[in-house]
Design a protein around this ligand. Sequence first.
Ligand code: 5GP
Ligand code: MG
Length: 188
Amino acid sequence: MKADYRVRVLFDETAIADRNRELARSIAATASPDLLVVAILKGSFMFAADLIRALHRSGLSPQVEFIHLSSYRASTVSSGKVAILRDVESDVAGRDVLLVDDILESGRTLVYAKDLLAARGARRVMVAVLLEKPGKRAVEIDADFVGFQCPDVFVVGYGMDIAHNFRQLPFVGVVAHGQSEPDLFDRP
Ligand code: 5GP
Ligand code: MG
């Protein structure tokens, strides 16, 4: 099945690296020195890794935590339900938290995570996402920091998958089936 896919580059490595630097500067301008970054697994792992290093270069020394949430079935359609597969280990009470996720779409994942951390006493919960799909919100939430506006297509790469594939790609791309548009697709 994987061999039938072609991936077209949507946001390349340079664009992502440049944007991460800008995001880190904006975050550093508002975050407190005892920032706790909570990366939402699995999709944000690559973005979080790069963003955290960019935060370091912008003068922050954040602590880093992970929470594994699942809002998607093994398809491209949202189930609307969020489950905790692995929780954070740190006490978030009184902390200034930056939630990091790959995509803000319906908003259910981030509302769930934000409410959870707020209920545990986090002092402030900010949200950074690599991509935002406009017009797809099912619940009300805005990200404080957005990498790129994303067209309403299913994207993969830079940590994001389709049926467990393509997380390794160093860029964000769009998947197409078959060979019908050979000129549009590549594999840098
Ligand atoms: P939300 O709860 O905002 O609807 O869901 C956002 C989550 O859905 C993202 O964190 C991501 O895991 C998944 N998601 C939404 N759109 C896409 C997409 O285009 N590609 C991939 N791989 N995952 C997506
Ligand atoms: Mg996700």
